[in-house]
Unconditional design. Sequence first.
Length: 94
Amino acid sequence: MLGELLWRLPGFVGGSKRGALEELEAALAADPSYTGTYPTLAQVYLDVGRKADALSLLDRIRRVEHPADPADYAGEVADLEKALAGAQSEPAGP
């Protein structure tokens, strides 16, 4: 997925946190039932200081009634919970 690639690559080889956010947010808007997007988007949100946005994804993924890939759904929820575990116990930013 392009968004994840942009997030993981360093800037000097084409990585971009802003580009990653744009791609991942567009992917989620285009198909909220593709739950593979949620954990990565949460990690990017946390990385750029958007904790509330990251935490809101947990509720959103749990409301997906018909995941695009049902076999991966439970694992993606677990990945999202793991990504958010530290953020939920940390105090909100300034």
